[in-house]
Design a protein around this ligand. Structure first.
Ligand SMILES: Nc1ncnc2c1ncn2[C@@H]1O[C@H](COP(=O)(O)OP(=O)(O)OP(=O)(O)O)[C@@H](O)[C@H]1O
Length: 305
């Protein structure tokens, strides 16, 4: 496997405020990588430094082995990006925007192709000043993908997209990744990222607290049995007395361990023996959201110590 992007010991301050602390990460060629973390953690700042849009105090950013900085852009010729909101000219049409950005021999073909894939045919010839948030966002994504980049950096690309447009974008990203393109995507819509990303970079307070794969993180989130009974308080006591681990929240949730193959039977048997009626039961796998919240809570505890 080769790495298309490597960042080593990146430090960035705005005035006296330090926002990136020794950030080191790698992005494998052809992978879809999610960059996740709380508001203000430093996701956009990392993306902007990768794109040479802002300077940094120390560290090293390389794309395909070439250094990137505000004064060294060569490697960025094969990078497409959408950061925050796309800067659009209100009196030009979407098609005009694409024409301004399109490069290479088959540019008209590429433009039509991306317009069709993102289902923008109906309004692409209209002036951008009349576009909705989602239409603008799609145009920004189209511009990022237009010139067949090797690496695509998307900051909150699902912002403003309706469910159909979100699915269209997901399918497009998955298709492009199959053809070997690499994506670095930040998003707060974790359920969407869960369907897309195979690798994850988790950032908190300007530091990468974990670089992992989606499957590894989800597996670490465990699985559960969620229950509703005729008397949840009595059910909690009966299950705890029988040795089951329960989560501390208000719901009645049994934590499953790998070693317990008959957990469902045993849980239901325990409740039955206690004379309780089970009204609802669900087997739930850990989600990206729950795994991430656990990790961030753990990081907060370490910051306090
Ligand atoms: N131009 C700037 N001047 C001063 N501080 C800035 C500037 N840009 C960002 N910051 C600060 O840097 C920190 C990281 O911001 P950044 O926008 O990278 O976070 P983020 O993870 O993208 O957040 P969000 O999820 O809210 O978009 C924040 O504390 C922010 O206030």
């Amino acid at each position: 496997m080769s790495e298309i992007l490597t960042i080593s010991n990146l430090n960035k301050s705005f005035g006296s405020k330090k926002v990136l602390h020794d950030v080191s990460l790698t992005v494998e060629t052809g992978h879809i990588v999610g960059l996740v973390g709380p508001n203000g953690a430093g996701k956009s700042t990392i993306m902007k430094t990768i794109l040479g849009l802002i300077n940094y105090q120390s560290g090293d950013i390389k794309i395909n082995g070439q250094v990137v900085s505000p004064t060294s852009h060569q490697a960025l010729s094969k990078v497409g990006a959408l950061i925050e909101y796309p800067g659009l000219y209100p009196f030009l049409s979407g098609w005009d925007h694409l024409r301004l950005f399109a490069d290479g021999d088959n540019r008209l073909e590429h433009m039509q192709d991306i317009v069709s894939k993102l289902k923008m045919d109906g309004y692409i010839k209209q002036k951008a000043k009349g576009y909705s948030l989602g239409m603008k966002q799609k145009l920004g994504i189209a511009m990022a993908l237009l010139n067949d980049p090797d690496l695509v950096i998307l900051d909150e690309p699902m912002n403003g997209l309706d469910p159909q447009a979100t699915k269209d974008l997901r399918d497009l990203i998955l298709d492009e990744a199959k053809d070997g393109k690499t994506f670095l995507i930040s998003s707060h819509i974790l359920s969407e990222l869960e369907k897309l990303a195979q690798d994850l970079l988790i950032i908190d307070h300007g530091s990468i607290i974990r670089q992992t794969t989606m499957s590894e993180l989800l597996a670490s989130g465990g699985s559960f049995i969620d229950l509703q009974t005729s008397d949840d308080q009595a059910a909690r006591q009966a299950l705890q007395a029988a040795g089951f681990e329960l989560t501390n929240d208000a719901s009645l949730r049994v934590v499953l361990t790998d070693s317990d193959d008959n957990a469902m039977t045993n849980v239901l048997g325990t409740l039955n023996n206690a004379g309780l009626t089970v009204k609802d039961v669900k087997h739930e796998e850990g989600s990206l959201e729950s795994s991430l919240l656990d990790l961030l809570a753990h990081d907060q505890d370490q910051v306090k110590e």
